[in-house]
Design a protein. Structure first.
Length: 276
């Protein structure tokens, strides 16, 4: 709790363009007090939380690291409430690349970041991986649980926002498809550094991320919390890892009922720290 609160105060203070001194002045405190909060040396007095929440313009729940929100983060919260699986139940092609590059011949822990309705997470569990999965939608989490129960596998799925969630345990594989555009540009380095830090030796990251192309029209879905990525940007976070695969594709999509195209960067990177 202390570390999560410390990180959130720092993140949302910077997002508001405030220095530690300016925030301290608004609260009637010394800047050293704010510095200690952000370094997780101390915590704000509970009586300060409402004022701190008001200044940073976020709820106390969000400040403390809870995902509860006044409005949906993604348009898919409503789409997932139907009985039909919006994305279907067939796994993404990238799932087969995970099997190819790191087959579950031993116990392997895998995290699916932004699992949606669970089709990929359940596929991994069905193939023998120890799977954890996060998503920000309640409906998606419930459908992931139902799909896992139907198939007869276990997925440790829980609610978390990709912007706020940070790892504190190690994984062998971190996987994400079509979700990373929800990460604001200013948070990307910190988030990927966290993912890399908590990846076991020889572990892999398998990511698909939408990229902006001037010759492709914006998608018909109006995503208020989506942020552009550019070709090659994802690789800049993995200059010190072995790049196993890096490609870019343009594909047709009919998810919204309106035919359109997407450009996507596909990357597989491996952590190798040993010099032997």
């Amino acid at each position: 709790m202390k570390e999560k609160l410390a990180r959130n105060i720092s993140i949302y203070r910077k997002e508001k363009g405030l220095t530690q001194e300016e925030l301290a002045q608004m609260l009637g405190l010394s800047f050293q007090a704010v510095s200690k909060w952000e370094n997780a040396q101390t915590m704000p007095d509970i009586s300060l939380l409402p004022q701190l929440s008001k200044i940073l313009e976020i709820s106390i729940d969000k400040l403390l690291g809870y995902v509860a929100r006044d409005k949906p983060i993604t348009i898919y919260e409503e789409e997932y409430k139907t009985e039909k699986y919006y994305w279907g139940t067939e796994p993404n092609e990238a799932c087969y690349q995970v099997l190819q590059f790191m087959p579950p011949t031993k116990h392997l822990k895998l995290l699916d970041v932004g699992c949606g309705e669970g089709k990929d997470a359940v596929f991994f569990a069905r193939n023998g991986y120890d799977v954890s999965a996060i998503d920000v939608t309640d409906a998606g989490i419930e459908k992931t649980k139902r799909l896992a129960e139907k198939i007869g596998v276990h997925v440790n799925v829980f609610k978390a926002d990709v912007l706020d969630y940070r790892l504190d345990t190690h994984f062998d594989i971190i996987y994400s498809s079509g979700v990373l555009h929800y990460i604001k540009p200013e948070y990307r380095k910190e988030i990927f550094d966290n993912y890399k830090q908590f990846t076991n030796e020889n572990g892999i990251h398998v990511f698909n991320v939408f990229v902006n192309k001037p010759f492709i029209a914006p998608p018909p879905e109006k995503e208020p919390n989506a942020f552009k990525w550019y070709s090659g940007e994802l690789l800049t976070h993995y200059h010190d890892w072995l790049i196993k695969d890096s490609s870019e594709i343009v594909f047709d999509c009919h998810s919204s009922g309106i035919p359109h195209k997407h450009a996507m960067t596909k990357m597989i990177a491996q952590r190798i720290t040993s010099l032997d």
